[in-house]
Write a protein that binds this ligand. Sequence first.
Ligand code: TYD
Length: 209
Amino acid sequence: MRSKSVFIVFEGIDGTGKTEALSKLIPHLVTRHKEFSSIVLTKEPTCGSTGNKIRKLHRADIKDPELFFRLFCLDRSEHIERTIKPALKTNSLIISDRYAYSTLAYQSVQGIPKKTLQHYSFLKPNLVILFDAPAKTVMKRIYRRKKAPEVFEHTRFLENARQEFLKIAKKTKKPRFVVIDASKNRKTVALSVQKAVEKFLFDSSRNRF
Ligand code: TYD
């Protein structure tokens, strides 16, 4: 029997509210979508050893684009083999907070050549929800959180990463990208995300993996 799994990713620069929108969406999906045997919530960098290493290097303020590119790709291949592929076999709805488009956007701004990034291949998701907001807006939110800003959280860097994400969304035919205006209030953002996911699940219900 063919699996009816769906793989969705949430992307966007830091501070756009992906994680919060995800936490609001999950209870809704759990109640509404009994057709899935499970709803798998996952993230990148992962909580495995490579993901933890990445977080440690970020905290130490290490700046080595090549090293980060290699580590993000390694973390992703482990993520795909250990979490995503097994879940795809079991009629699951998998949602990842960040995925390969973060590498294409962030590592491009860090200076990894476009050619290298163009050759980077990965398992394609079915849908990408792109949280979009100006870097100035997200920086205000980041400072309000009072935590020390992470290594990538600087306005110019984030605005460049945002523009990369928008370019990717514009030129990618498959998977479908839905761009959400993440500068709106939390309730509006959560509702837009819910609508986009519901629309996709409805449209694709007869034609899955
Ligand atoms: P983040 O989503 O903040 O994860 P956590 O809360 O666990 O630290 O991601 C950490 C940073 O890593 C964020 O600034 C984006 C960056 N990043 C990349 O540069 N490339 C990637 O491929 C990924 C997945 C993340």
